[in-house]
Design a binder for this molecule. Structure first.
Ligand SMILES: Cc1ncc(COP(=O)(O)O)c(C=O)c1O
Length: 431
């Protein structure tokens, strides 16, 4: 069956809970053993010290290790990306940091595609080097030969252990070639030390792209975004082989970075509507991007649906993605001042960071989500003062477009006011 059909049932047997149709919320920190022998056996299984047959479910011990709400959520998430296992986390950053700390040790090298979300950029560029991990940056325009040269010229290629990509990248919607990175990883892998490819699929997943099919070893998500989808929780997930996820779960147990049962319960509820939500958001985004493309105050729209068919990126877009998504960034004519006027003028869009929720959101990456990245680096990756990012929600597309239109009118009036040096009162309508 399709994952969409299994989101209401997979991993849960109603007979295990008074035949409740819905998975109950297991608010318990600990689980009672039927006997001391059973407790010993559960611990042995948790520490991998006994032979458990494939498919055997280990018993529950303590909610930092596992809990029915965590367990069912992980099972259901695996269905979309067709992976063997999944580990859920208390945030997307917990998923990313735990994964990278499991894969890398002092002396290792990480190659990463830029841009990435500001928090990820900070963890990679500021935290990992303090722990002796060297990080090399490349961008979506680099060819395979150029990336290989970058690595070889650095003199560090023999220490490469991991390639990290965020694709489409936040906030520019740049797309990276996962298969190309797989080839690079294989080239530098040693028989006992494979180079792992990790892809943050938050913008597209898990509906419109499946990075493992293109060669990724691990897929990470901020489940705070589309998977949660209602701006009411923080969570993350990593998916991949049983062996890799087992290693990551071990570290999660000791970091204590799992989500609460309540967060997991909310996420299983959200998963039931994920596909319909994302499809409706995509449809709205297509109409909004079409409007922005022709607006005289808009210099450029960064949206996958506008990649020209004759461009180098187009075949990659068609290969990796089944939809242009619902994230749009655009460059407004002017700079921070005009961007702020536009954002302050919006009535229906909420001025807030984050993305993927039912309500539409607007933010200014250069001074908000990506403010921690040095200005020259930020400008180089296209995250300039004139960029505004929109996350398109489930409102009526006509209302979203009307909101953008009236906010752009405010920008126009303000420019006129500056030139004329006269006072202009702007009437903002409530509708
Ligand atoms: C692409 C991407 N990855 C990871 C994260 C971090 O997720 P969280 O806020 O759930 O820790 C974010 C947050 O905005 C993001 O946009």
């Amino acid at each position: 069956m399709h994952p969409q059909s299994l989101m209401m049932s997979a991993g849960y047997d109603p007979a295990s809970a008074q035949h409740a149709v819905k998975l109950p919320l297991y608010l318990t920190s600990t689980f009672e053993f039927e006997s001391a022998e059973e407790g010993k056996a559960f611990f042995q299984a948790a520490y991998g010290n006994n032979e458990t047959a494939e498919g055997d479910e280990p018993g529950y011990i303590y909610s930092r290790i596992d809990n029915p709400n965590l367990h069912v959520l992980e099972k259901r998430l695996c269905l979309w990306d067709e992976t063997e296992d999944c580990a859920v986390f208390g945030s997307g950053m917990a998923a990313i940091s735990t994964t990278l700390l499991e894969l890398l040790k002092p002396g290792d090298v990480l190659l990463y595609g830029s841009p990435v979300y500001g928090g990820t950029a900070h963890f990679i560029a500021d935290y990992l080097p303090k722990n002796g991990i060297e990080c090399i940056r490349f961008n979506a325009q680099h060819t395979m030969e150029e990336v290989m040269h970058l690595l070889i010229d650095s003199g560090k290629s023999s220490r490469l252990k991991c390639i990290f990509l965020e694709t489409p990248a936040n906030p520019t919607n740049d797309i990276f070639d996962i298969a190309m990175c797989r080839e690079i990883a294989d080239h530098f892998s040693k028989p006992d030390e494979p180079v792992q490819v990790v892809v943050d699929n938050t913008f597209m997943g898990p509906i419109w792209s499946h990075p493992v099919r293109h060669g990724a070893d691990l897929v990470v998500y901020s489940a705070t975004k589309y998977i949660g989808g209602h701006s009411d929780l923080i969570a993350g997930a990593v998916l991949g082989s049983r062996e890799m996820i087992g290693r990551i779960k071990e570290l999660r147990t000791f970091f204590g970075s799992m989500p609460s049962p309540h967060t997991c319960w909310m996420l299983t509820r959200s998963l039931e509507t994920l596909k319909v939500r994302m499809e409706a958001q995509m449809e709205n985004a297509r109409l909004v991007a079409g409007y922005l493309e022709h607006h005289p105050f808009v210099e450029k729209v960064h949206y996958l649906g506008l990649i020209p068919e004759d461009s180098k990126q187009y075949p990659l877009y068609r290969k990796q993605y089944s939809s242009p998504g619902a994230m749009i960034s655009f460059d407004i004519h002017g700079g921070e001042e005009e961007a702020f006027r536009f954002m302050n003028g919006l009535q229906l869009f909420k001025l807030a960071v984050s993305l993927g929720s039912t309500e539409s959101l607007v933010q200014h990456p250069a001074t908000m989500t990506h403010a921690g990245i040095p200005a020259d680096e930020r400008n180089e990756m296209g995250v300039t003062d004139k960029m505004v990012r929109l996350s398109i929600g489930l409102e009526h597309a006509d209302d979203l477009i009307r909101d953008i239109e009236q906010a752009m009118d405010i920008v126009a009036f303000s420019s006129f006011q500056d030139v004329d040096n006269s006072r202009v009162t702007i009437q903002v309508h409530e509708s």
